[in-house]
Structures are given as C-alpha cells and as structure tokens.
Write a protein that binds this ligand. Structure first.
Ligand SMILES: [Zn+2]
Length: 440
C-alpha cells in the first residue's frame, strides 16, 4: 500500500472541530487519511513527501451536479434563430448536442471535463448524463474517463420520453446493479430522470418501480423554468413536488436540481422527505431563468447543495455566484456569505456521504484521502473567522498546485502527469468539429 506525507501546510480541516492547523501535516495510506496534525515529520516513513510550502491545504471539492457530456458545446452556436426561451434552448442546443455524441465522444467529453475539474481542485463529481445515440454502456465511458483521471463519480442516465418512451431506463438499471454488486466505492450510481415536462406517467411508474427495487436515489431537474411547473399543472393538476411524491421519488438519497420555482409547500415537502436540493447559480443566470430562493429553502430546513450544471468545473466560483445572487435578489449587503460557503463545503459533503460508502470532505482520519493544495499562501490571518473571506476572495482566483484524489497525486504543479494531455487535446480537437457538423 502506497503512503504519502504532506508537510508544512496551513491545514483547513473542515472536520468536526473545524480545526485550523498552522505548519500541519497529513499522513495518507492507500486511499485513506491516517493522521492529521502538527506531528513531527519523522513520525511516519512515507513513500513520498510533498512540502506544501506554507500554502493552504484543504479537502478536495465536490461538484453536486454536473453534465460532463456538455464539454464540446464550448464556442458552439446552434443553427437557426436564437432560442427565445428555456424550452427552445433545450431543443436547439442540448438535445442536439447529446444526440450527436458517439461512445468515444462521451469518453473524451468526460475526460476533458474531469481533467479541468481535477485542476480546479474537484475530486468528486455527481454527474447527470445523456447521449441518446449510444445510451447503452454510456455510463461505462463516463466511468472510464473519471477513473483515468483518478476522480470519484456518482453517475446516472437522464431518462426522458423526448426521443422514445423511457429512453435510458435500462442503462440506469444496469449501472446501478453494477455499482451495487461492486466492492469498489470509487463509483456510485443514482437513477437519472430529466424533468417532469419530458416524463409521462408510464415512464415515471417504471422508473419509480425499478429505482425503489434497487434502493436507488433519483437525480432529477425540477422547477428549473416556469414551463416545468406549467406543464405539470396543465397535464396533471399537481405542483411538481406533489407529482413526484405520487411516485415516491422524494427521499434521503434523491437530488432535485435547481428548484427556482418551488413554493413554500414544496420546500416543506423537500424537508419532510429529507430530500436534497442542488442549485446551480451560474447556470440559472446564464439561462436567464431567475434566482432560486436559497435562503428561504435553508429556513425550511432543506439540505441545499451546489453544482455547476455543465457551465464549468470550477466550484468556488459557484459559491461566490450564489452569495452575490442572493444579495442581488434581496438587495441586502449582509446576506448569504456564510451560507454559500457552508453549502459548498459542508452540504455537498453531506450529500456525498449519502451516496458513497466512504466519508469524504474533511481532513480527518478515516476519510477518503481527497486533498488539495492551492497556490495560495495567506497574507492575512487564517482562522475560523476569516476562512470564508480567503475562500471567496482569494482561493476562488488561485490555481490549484496539487490535487490528491483517493490518495494518488493526480495534479502535480498544475499538470496531470499520468495522462498524455497533448494527445488528449489533439483527439478532442479532431472530434469537436465532427460533432458540430452532425448538429448542423
Ligand atoms: Zn442539469
């Protein structure tokens, strides 16, 4: 079993005691943290030692909602007139892009995005995948990419009736069984659903039945745009959360994504069913969809997390967008700073701990050895009172020097040395124009 020692760091443990340790060390064996503290360097004889050079050292970040398949959309303008609303945006861009991907495109889009994530200090990704032209086995391609980079992932396939009824059900079932029957905790699985606006009653019934029989949580977009609320009300005479409740979808392992248009009753349902809600502020702003009432949800006791929704693989900027978002919404300069940081660092960790077997998100013995060393030496005091200021005003702009995922150094001095980055970029540059041609 390989071992690794990190020395000379400003440790931000985010552990139960929220310890900040100056000149601290971390000892890792295999994929697990064994010791954290200010112990003498000779205490452990490790295979490798990393000198943090006085930099801040913290747990790897977690992305609670991503679309790795969206990578090749960068710079692309869909043909035809510009989308005037959310539904047109789905039809003109996203549903054409995902249909244009072949199996190797799925691998390379996930690989490139996972490399970006690792470089931005993210070590676990909860992904929501769609590739209707090659749905069978597609989650294995996403898994292959995450394993090649060295990250952990919780995967699902986005079931909808938009191409054919229940497309993707089999892929979810297959992949959930695969993860359930494996001892390996690097990958986990959920049952993916697009949104109520693209899911008919028969499909929902089938998904709920299979998901429940496998004891899987669901991962589904909800109330992202008013059209989702309107369609559900027109077709079924139900609010979104009531409709989901009819099928037993809410629960402690289920993630609802966005929630911009949830009302107070639906927030109560999120809380009473112990469901999770993941918001994506940059994506919501990009789509011109409005602002989610995050602070109201927290008051309702909802477990709120944050993701990137395919916009980027950079997490700290999401927490930054979230608090700025709330201050704009409420026109109050004192709101949401602490909450946004806690959502990113504590709630995303708690969400992961419901989906994976091994705990992560703290520098603590027994936790998964996901550790990052940003190129960031604090020049003002670093402690429990000041850390969130460092996070949102300093670390959000600092490159990550070293990323350790599952005990392995995956980013070293900003580079992924175990991968041929040049060859991967060349391969992606060849693929992108071919994908764009298929959309046009
Ligand atoms: Zn999404």
């Amino acid at each position: 079993m390989s071992s690794l020692l990190i020395t000379n760091g400003h440790l931000v443990t985010l552990d139960a005691d929220n310890r900040f340790i100056e000149n601290g060390s971390i000892y890792i064996e295999g994929d697990q943290i064994i010791d954290v503290g200010d112990f003498a360097t000779g205490t452990y004889a490790a295979d490798h030692t990393i000198d943090a050079r006085g930099s801040l050292v913290m747990p790897g970040l977690i992305n609670a909602h991503h679309h790795l398949y969206s990578t090749f959309a960068r710079g692309f303008t869909p043909p035809g007139p510009p989308a005037l609303n959310f539904e047109q945006n789905l039809r003109n861009l996203w549903w054409k892009l995902d249909a244009a991907l072949d199996s190797e495109d799925v691998y390379y889009s996930a690989l490139l995005a996972a490399m970006h994530a690792a470089r931005a200090g993210c070590t676990t990704i909860i992904d929501h995948h769609a590739s209707p032209s090659c749905s069978d086995g597609s989650l294995d391609q996403v898994e292959r990419a995450l394993r090649d980079v060295g990250l952990s992932g919780c995967l699902c396939y986005e079931v909808s009736d938009r191409n054919r009824d229940g497309e993707g059900i089999e892929e979810n079932e297959r992949y959930i069984r695969k993860c359930r029957d494996s001892d390996d905790d690097q990958m986990a699985a959920m049952f993916g659903l697009h949104a109520l606006m693209t899911l008919g009653t028969k499909t929902l019934e089938r998904c709920a039945g299979i998901g429940h029989s496998l004891d899987a949580g669901f991962h589904v977009h909800a109330a992202e745009d008013a059209v989702d609320v309107q369609v559900t009300m027109q077709r079924y005479g139900r609010r979104i959360m009531d409709r989901f409740l009819d099928f037993g979808i809410p629960g402690p392992k289920t993630i609802f994504v966005h929630g911009i248009h949830f009302d107070s009753h639906e927030m109560d349902l999120l809380h009473s069913t112990d469901s999770m809600l993941v918001n994506n502020p940059e994506s919501n702003m990009n789509n011109g969809l409005g602002l989610a009432p995050i602070l109201v949800m927290l008051k309702h006791g909802v477990t709120v997390g944050v993701g990137t929704d395919g916009m980027s693989s950079h997490l700290i900027s999401q927490a930054r967008a979230m608090y700025l978002h709330q201050r704009t919404l409420h026109r109050d300069p004192n709101l949401a700073f602490v909450e946004a940081c806690e959502i990113l660092l504590h709630n995303n960790r708690n969400i992961c701990n419901r989906l994976f077997r091994k705990p992560r998100g703290s520098l603590a013995p027994g936790h998964l050895a996901d550790v990052i060393i940003p190129s960031y030496v604090p020049f003002t005091p670093l402690n429990a009172n000041t850390f969130y200021g460092h996070l949102l005003f300093g670390l959000s702009f600092a490159p990550v020097r070293t990323t350790i995922a599952r005990g392995q150094v995956v980013v070293d001095d900003g580079r992924l040395l175990h991968l041929d980055e040049e060859a991967i970029r060349a391969q992606c540059s060849e693929r992108a124009p071919r994908i764009w041609e298929r959309i046009n």
